[in-house]
Write a protein that binds this ligand. Structure first.
Ligand code: CA
Length: 394
C-alpha cells in the first residue's frame, strides 16, 4: 500500500489536464453554478467563488488514498492527547473562561469537552486547513469516485454561508473534505447548527472563537448531550471477562456492577444512566463505560477512537489523570513533539523523510521502514516508541 499514492499520481499525469477532462469539469461547474443560483446564492458570490478554479489533483488523491494500516488506538491517542495539547487546553480554558462558561450555561455542554473538540479539530485554531473549499468541493463533486451529490450539496451550502453574510468567499479554507473553521464544521452542519455567539450578526466559525465554541456546544446539544451527565468512566473488567461489550449495548450501571466491573481506581460503580462497555484494545487493555454523551461526541466525527480522544482530552484538561490501565503493547505511540523529533533523528542519520513537519506520511513511513531494516528488524513503517528510542540511543 505504500506505493498506492505514487501509482495514482503517475496515472493522473497521463490523464490529468487532458482536454476531455477539462471540458467535463467546466460543464460540471456550469451545472453547479446554476444549482447554486437556484438555491438563492447571489450571482456575485457564484462569480467570485469559481474564478479561475481548476480541479485539484491532491484533493482527489486524498479522497482515494486508503490508510495503509489501521492506526493502533495508542498511536491515535498518543498524538491527539499529548502533553502539549493538554497544556494548551488548560491555557485556553483559562483564557476563554467567560465564553466557555457562557456556552456551558446556554447549551448545558461541559466546557472541557468543548475545549477538547477545539483542540483536536484545529489545535485551538492554529491549523484549520489550507484547501480553498470551492476548488476542493467542486473537484470531488465533479471528478470524485463516490458521493458526488454529497460534495455538491456541501459546496452549495458553503456558498450559501457567504451569500447570507456569515463569511467572505476568501475565508472558505479548510480540509480537503470541506470541514473548516476553528471547530471544523462541514458546510451543511455549519448552515444548520452554527450560532452567532458573540452577537455581531454573523456566524463566523473561522475568526470568532465565541462563535466557534458556542456552535460546537450547540452541535453537541443537538446531538443529544445531557447536561450534568458523564461521558466516559475508565473501569476495570474482571480477569478473563467474556461478557458483553460495545458502545451501543447500553445497560444500567447496576448490570455492569453485577458483572464485577469496578471503577479503574478500584471503587464500586455508582450513579445512574445507561452505559456501554468500550474495550478499544480488547479485554486486557483500558476499559471504559461510555454514556449517551459519548455518543453525542461520537456524532461529531463518527469514530469511537475520535470520541475516546475528545473524552480523554477533556478529562485531562480538567485535571484528571491518564488512563490507569496500560495499552497492551510494548511499542506505544508518540506525541506530536516526539514524531517531529523522530523525523529529525531519521534525517540526521541520512534517511529521507522530506521536510520534518511532525506529520507521518508515506515518505516518513518508508524512511522508518528502512531504518528498521538497517537495525535488523522487520519493517513496519510505524512511528512508534521502539524505533524512536532506538534512534535516540544511537
Ligand atoms: Ca458572530
Amino acid at each position: 500500500m505504500l506505493g498506492r499514492p505514487v501509482v495514482l499520481a503517475s496515472l493522473f499525469s497521463v490523464i490529468w489536464g487532458g482536454p476531455a477532462l477539462a471540458a467535463d469539469f467546466q460543464a460540471c461547474l456550469v451545472g453547479i453554478k446554476q444549482a447554486a443560483l437556484r438555491a438563492g446564492v447571489s450571482e456575485q458570490v457564484v462569480g467570485q467563488a469559481f474564478a479561475n478554479v481548476q480541479p485539484n489533483e491532491n484533493v482527489l488523491l486524498a479522497s482515494q488514498t486508503q490508510p495503509e494500516f489501521k492506526t493502533p488506538i495508542w498511536d491515535y491517542l498518543g498524538f491527539l492527547v499529548d502533553e502539549r495539547r493538554i497544556a494548551d487546553g488548560r491555557a485556553m480554558l483559562a483564557k476563554h473562561d467567560a465564553v466557555l462558561r457562557a456556552a456551558e450555561r446556554t447549551y448545558g455542554v461541559d466546557r472541557h469537552v468543548i475545549t477538547a473538540v477545539w483542540g483536536v479539530e484545529s489545535d485551538y485554531g492554529r491549523s484549520a486547513g489550507k484547501n480553498y473549499l470551492p476548488q476542493a468541493l467542486s473537484t470531488l463533486a465533479c471528478l470524485g469516485e463516490r458521493r458526488r451529490d454529497f460534495w455538491r450539496g456541501e459546496l452549495i451550502a458553503a456558498l450559501e454561508l457567504v451569500s447570507r453574510g456569515d463569511l467572505e468567499i476568501t475565508e472558505l479554507y479548510g480540509s480537503w473534505a470541506g470541514a473548516f473553521g476553528q471547530t471544523q464544521f462541514i458546510p451543511s452542519s455549519y448552515r444548520r447548527l452554527a450560532v452567532d455567539f458573540d452577537g455581531d450578526g454573523r456566524r463566523d466559525l473561522v475568526n470568532s472563537i465565541p462563535d466557534a465554541l458556542g456552535s460546537t456546544a450547540n452541535y453537541l446539544k443537538r446531538a443529544g448531550w445531557r447536561s450534568g451527565a458523564p461521558w466516559l468512566i475508565e473501569v476495570k473488567v474482571p480477569q478473563g471477562y467474556k461478557g458483553p461489550s460495545g458502545r451501543k449495548a447500553k445497560e444500567p450501571i447496576s448490570a455492569w456492577s453485577q458483572r464485577g466491573i469496578r471503577r479503574a481506581d478500584g471503587a464500586a460503580l455508582t450513579g445512574s444512566g445507561k452505559a456501554g462497555l468500550l474495550l478499544p484494545a480488547g479485554p486486557t487493555g483500558p476499559a471504559f463505560l461510555v454514556f449517551r454523551n459519548f455518543d453525542a461526541i461520537y456524532s461529531y466525527n463518527a469514530a469511537e477512537s475520535y470520541a475516546l480522544a475528545i473524552s480523554h482530552l477533556a478529562d485531562r484538561i480538567a485535571g484528571y489523570p491518564a488512563f490507569r490501565t496500560a495499552w497492551p503493547t510494548d511499542d506505544l505511540g508518540l506525541s506530536r513533539d516526539e514524531r517531529l523529533e523522530l523525523q529529525k533523528l531519521l534525517l540526521a542519520k541520512g534517511y529521507d523523510v522530506g521536510e520534518a513537519d511532525g506529520k507521518i506520511g508515506p515518505r516518513s513511513r518508508a524512511a522508518i521502514a528502512k531504518a528498521e531494516q538497517d537495525l535488523g528488524w522487520s519493517p513496519t513503517g510505524r512511528a512508534g516508541r521502539k524505533i524512536y528510542d532506538a534512534l535516540k540511543g544511537q
